[in-house]
Design a protein around this ligand. Structure first.
Ligand code: DX5
Ligand code: ZN
Length: 228
């Protein structure tokens, strides 16, 4: 079926950008991106530590792009709302870390942000499905969360297709994001499976021109999603 109406959203991740020069790293992608993907890791939920709440607040306040916060933290039921209050346009937390997803979704939305749930590769779609009608975006991880530069897990595509079908049958505009290993070689595979929001870290920041790479990725995703 041709679905030319699906909007594609590009979300560069600054995880592996030059952190000592973030403002200019953000400027390099701003013209070609929709959202800035901010990977928050607490060294508990994942074995890596990135931005603190305070650093995140500073990035959100100074970024020329709206921020898509991806929280890989142990207690999102307590802390996710703080990222919404800091002004992140979208706040994503992991289903695996939450004991009361509905309440956390509601808190994020009440603070004025889009609320999104993420699932790790080992978490089946059926576990997140009951919350689908409450969220603004679903993030299906295509690597184990924790590090940039890993290989895309094509075996996640049945989960993406399952999610796309469920979203289309609900009839709400819920974004379907993929994160991990997205590059010129893999983006069309994910777009064909039904993803419409794409996080890309190393493919973007390793390129000579991050902005041009994002444009290329967007074209590849748009073409593949129209072919669906
Ligand atoms: C991994 C992070 C990703 C990461 C993506 O846990 O959630 O956002 O930065 O990096 P690449 O595109 O290099 O896989
Ligand atoms: Zn991420």
């Amino acid at each position: 079926m041709i679905n030319s109406a699906r909007s594609i959203r590009m979300c560069p991740s600054i995880l592996n950008a030059d952190r000592s020069n973030l403002a200019s790293e953000i400027d390099r992608v701003a013209g070609a991106s929709d959202l800035l993907h901010l990977d928050v890791m607490d060294n508990i939920f994942v074995p890596n530590l990135t931005f603190s709440l305070h650093q995140s607040e500073e990035i959100i306040a100074s970024s020329s792009l709206p921020v898509d916060a991806h929280l890989m933290i142990a207690d999102p039921d307590r802390d996710a709302v703080l990222y919404a209050k800091a002004g992140a346009v979208s706040v994503t937390f992991h289903l695996e870390a939450s004991t009361s997803p509905s309440r956390t979704i509601e808190a994020i939305r009440s603070a004025g942000s889009r609320a999104s749930l993420a699932v790790k590769p080992g978490t089946p779609f059926e576990q997140v499905e009951p919350f689908l009608d409450q969220i603004d975006m679903l993030l299906i991880m295509t690597v184990e969360p924790g590090f940039g530069g890993q290989s895309f897990m094509a075996q996640m595509m049945p989960k993406v297709r399952q999610a796309r079908e469920a979203i289309d049958s609900l009839g709400r505009d819920i974004w379907l994001q993929v994160d991990g290993g997205i590059s010129m070689e893999t983006i069309a595979i994910a777009a064909k499976a039904g993803a419409d929001a794409f996080v890309a870290g190393s493919a973007v920041y390793k390129a000579q021109s991050p902005g041009e790479m994002l444009q290329t990725l967007r074209i590849l995703a748009t073409q593949a999603s129209a072919l669906e």
